[in-house]
Design a protein around this ligand. Structure first.
Ligand SMILES: NC(=O)c1ccc[n+]([C@@H]2O[C@H](COP(=O)([O-])OP(=O)(O)OC[C@H]3O[C@@H](n4cnc5c(N)ncnc54)[C@H](O)[C@@H]3O)[C@@H](O)[C@H]2O)c1
Length: 378
């Protein structure tokens, strides 16, 4: 019997949005056991929550420095092997840096850091180690996204000529017009969030997805962001023109003030022979468009899907899987990497994907600030 991978968690307490997704996802393929961590900066809240989820208090720490210090005293056979970072953005870099320096594998929420420079520093440390580092661009774990990636790689839609990614939410609309609520929202504070709100939070999902499914790197962008109020320093909406080359172009549209929208993320890639379109709110349907054939709708778990898509569905066709399962596929990819079992390109988003995400955020803000000019991504 294989022993479970010992997982520590930073952030993601009972008061968080994403914590439960990681806890459930890590358990879905029976490969991890949550050992402890720091779930809340307030120690009593931290202990209370750890107790609620049945953890041994001895592995629940006051802060991440203490956690690393104490874990290093344990025999390697007991020590945490992987640590997930689920805190607000500004803590990702110092936590990830210290974890890498002390030889822990890392699963980090996006955006990976708050600046590109910090991301480069993590890359430098990572390259000097033999560790696994994943960035949880959650939606890359969906079986029909993985099917899209494989179909594009196998030339099913031909050479790409147009890309269109739309990520619309409305949750900031009731906040942005109220100065008190604005000041209480960490995503709208640059010291907690980084230089961007909307592009850093969801534009980066779209950018990563674009490079993930196409297997190509964006070369240039031009962005037009909206801050809505002069005294608001964080974008809440943006339109970004994308060029892979002078013949392959498209757009990323991201908004958190698209009133009434929930998590409306649409990925559409058009090639010479056909198009592929997927929507996060209906993730089990992949539309295959063509000039000559009727619309084909592909679904998870069927034999007609690629092997990569098939390993990403746990149940027979017709049993809907969702965001927990998508995140679980990323955890499974990390586990397979650690155990030397990884087979497919893209089983989990890498540190390089996190680094590209940070480059995208910085260049999108720079393009806007320079008066909506074309900027190269190097
Ligand atoms: N992959 C996705 O789809 C997705 C979705 C939502 C959020 N996120 C990312 O996850 C991260 C957290 O977002 P959220 O919405 O869950 O935030 P949140 O504000 O809801 O929760 C943050 C959690 O971190 C804890 N925390 C804060 N400071 C801490 C510290 N010093 N030590 C330990 N814990 C601490 C808080 O107590 C809380 O439990 C962000 O980076 C965000 O971008 C990703």
């Amino acid at each position: 019997m294989k022993s479970k991978i010992r997982l520590g968690i930073l952030g993601g307490g009972g008061d968080s949005l994403i914590g439960i997704v990681h806890r459930i996802a890590s358990s879905m393929h029976d490969k991890y056991s949550i050992i402890g961590g720091v779930f809340n900066p307030d120690y009593s809240e931290n202990l209370k929550f750890a107790k609620e989820i049945g953890l041994d208090e001895s592995r629940v720490y006051e802060d991440y420095d203490k956690m690393i210090q104490e874990e290093l005293k344990l025999d390697k056979s007991q020590r945490m092997q992987v640590v997930s970072i689920l805190t607000p953005n500004f803590l990702h870099y110092p936590m990830a840096k210290k974890l890498l320096e002390n030889n822990f594998n890392v699963i980090c929420e996006k955006p990976m850091t708050t600046t590109y420079e910090e991301a480069l520093d993590l890359e430098r440390i990572y390259k000097s180690k033999k560790l696994t580092f994943a960035v949880t661009y959650t939606y890359t774990g969906y079986p029909m996204i993985r099917q899209m990636k494989e179909m594009i790689k196998n030339g099913i839609i031909g050479d790409i000529q147009r890309v269109d990614l739309q990520y619309y939410q409305g949750w900031i609309n009731p906040i942005i017009h109220d100065t008190v609520k604005r000041s209480e929202t960490w995503r709208l504070q640059s010291d907690k969030s980084g230089i961007s709100c909307c592009i850093g939070d969801i534009g980066t999902h779209a950018f990563d997805m674009l490079e993930y499914v196409t297997g190509m790197e964006v070369k240039e962008l031009l962005s037009d962001l909206n801050y809505v109020y002069d005294d608001n320093t964080m974008d809440v909406d943006g339109t970004i023109l994308i060029r892979f080359s002078d013949k392959i172009k498209g757009v990323i549209r991201a908004s958190q003030i698209a009133t009434g929208e929930e998590n409306c993320f649409t990925v559409a890639i058009y090639g010479r022979k056909g198009g592929l379109k997927w929507q996060q709110e209906n993730p089990n349907y992949l539309n295959h468009l063509s000039d000559s054939n009727p619309l084909q709708i592909l679904k998870p778990g069927h034999d007609y899907n690629s092997d990569f898509s098939k390993i990403s569905a746990k149940l027979p066709p017709g049993h809907p899987e969702g965001m927990f399962d998508s995140m679980a596929n990323i955890y499974n990819g990390v586990a397979r990497e650690i155990r030397g079992e990884k087979e497919f390109d893209g089983e989990y988003p890498t540190l390089n994907d996190g680094l590209r995400g940070m480059l995208f955020i910085e260049k999108a803000v720079e393009s806007h600030q320079k008066g909506n000019t074309w900027i190269k991504l190097k």
